[in-house]
Write a protein that binds this ligand. Sequence first.
Ligand code: ATP
Length: 509
Amino acid sequence: MTVDMKDIVALCKRRGFIFPASDIYGGINGFWDFGPLGVELKNNLRDLWWKAMVITPPIGPDGTPVEIVGLDSSIIQNPKAWVASGHVGGFSDPMVDCRETKKRYRQDHLVVCWIGGQHGKDMPGIAFHEDEEEQEIEKRLKKLGYKEYYKKQPLTEVPVENYMYIIGPDAKEPGTLTEPKAFNLMFESHAGPIQSEENKVYLRPETAQGIFLNYKNVLDSSRVRVPFGVAQIGKAFRNEVNPRNFIFRSREFEQMEMEWFCHPDEVKMWRDFWFEQRKNFWTSVGLRSDNIRFRQHGQDELSHYAKAGLGTADIEYRFPFTAPDFGELEGIAHRCDFDLTAHQEHSGVKLEYMDPVDTSKRFMPHVIEPAAGLSRGVLALICEAYTIDKERPSGVYLNFHPALAPKKAAILPLTAKEEHVPLATKLYLELREEFPVDLDIKQNIGKRYARQDEVGTPYCFTIDNDTIQDKTVTVRDRNTMKQERISMDKVAAYLREKMKTADAVRKAA
Ligand code: ATP
């Protein structure tokens, strides 16, 4: 059954996962707030990533654990850092404006549906967002008086002289798109009381640079040696021209990035290694492997830093709004030695690595970077979990892996009768020391199950008359709705076992 994004957005709001930012003022385009359950889900994903990277990093190709340390760098850095990294000046996404509607689009986000093989007034190209559904394309073609199109082409591949035949995504007439211009995605502010050019600062557009800026500090202060990684999770800001698809593309979001510093001769081995690790991570947190794919970037879409090396490959997820196509979840880039070399040049500080065994050997480490979106990851988890089931009262449940679920269990006294409530409260007080759990006393039991289904609580423990007799409770499994009885003093162990991710099980084996 196809899932409608509108229903997911509605559930997220109704149950307290994600709200529009400044909701009571009508929201603000591109910004979102995480509600009581959303923040738990996000923290769970964040913590699992941190664990997989920093606390128990994987066993490397040589059979010993790889070395990764953590970092939490400032959002605002010396603006010179952004000149060196290429974010001020060179790096900016080419944009096209529409003279008719005054709207602005990222050139690489538009595709053109050409009506015929030749271009002309009666054979225009009609521009769409790359993730527009075929149904919508058909509707608009019809409105413009066309039945079908002949071929689809990314706007980046259309020579500028053919723009005169293109009807913009929201326009009626052809020829209103301007040629692409560079546009800086960084938010600007001023540090200090005077709003002068010298005081201009930027909100970081990626967490990665904070890692490069601290590369030498980390080397000098800890015992890591190449190859090693530095991991960071935090906010990033991009003044996206066209924020859309719920939290998929927003202007403020969180990233989980790890810069892996290695010898230039070993980049291929490490790139392949991190591909495998990162794919395992996403399946271990519950994304189905047939909803995930790898996509190697084409030469035309490579970032400034990736042109020379092995390039970038994305881990993509089939979101409901991209299906049957996929959208980027994580990029794994070979950043070469671009960043360290640039910061060495601009700062004048030597960043070359000296081999501790043979100090005559110096080299600039290369970097493999798995860069994932935390906010986007949360969206993927919600989309994956959203399961329509007309058979149950809620009509839908969220099939989160227990390790990700905001609440691991609900403790439900069958009735608000005197004997049930104290027993339930006792179990609740015990469990909450170890797990986020809910004690839910009011309403009939069916309604309470329905609520827990909708927020994805994997287990409900119900206290009834038998509990008083034999100290057992029923466990209701969210997905199967099957119930079994277990002893009350086994509940914590039961949950502990269920909480293990596939990754943890694999590591323990
Ligand atoms: P895109 O091409 O979609 O703009 P990107 O390739 O520029 O993304 P990276 O710079 O590689 O993205 O950032 C790493 C990750 O950060 C992405 O894989 C994505 O999950 C996340 N991300 C990037 N931009 C946004 C955004 N505007 N909103 C939410 N997440 C984002």
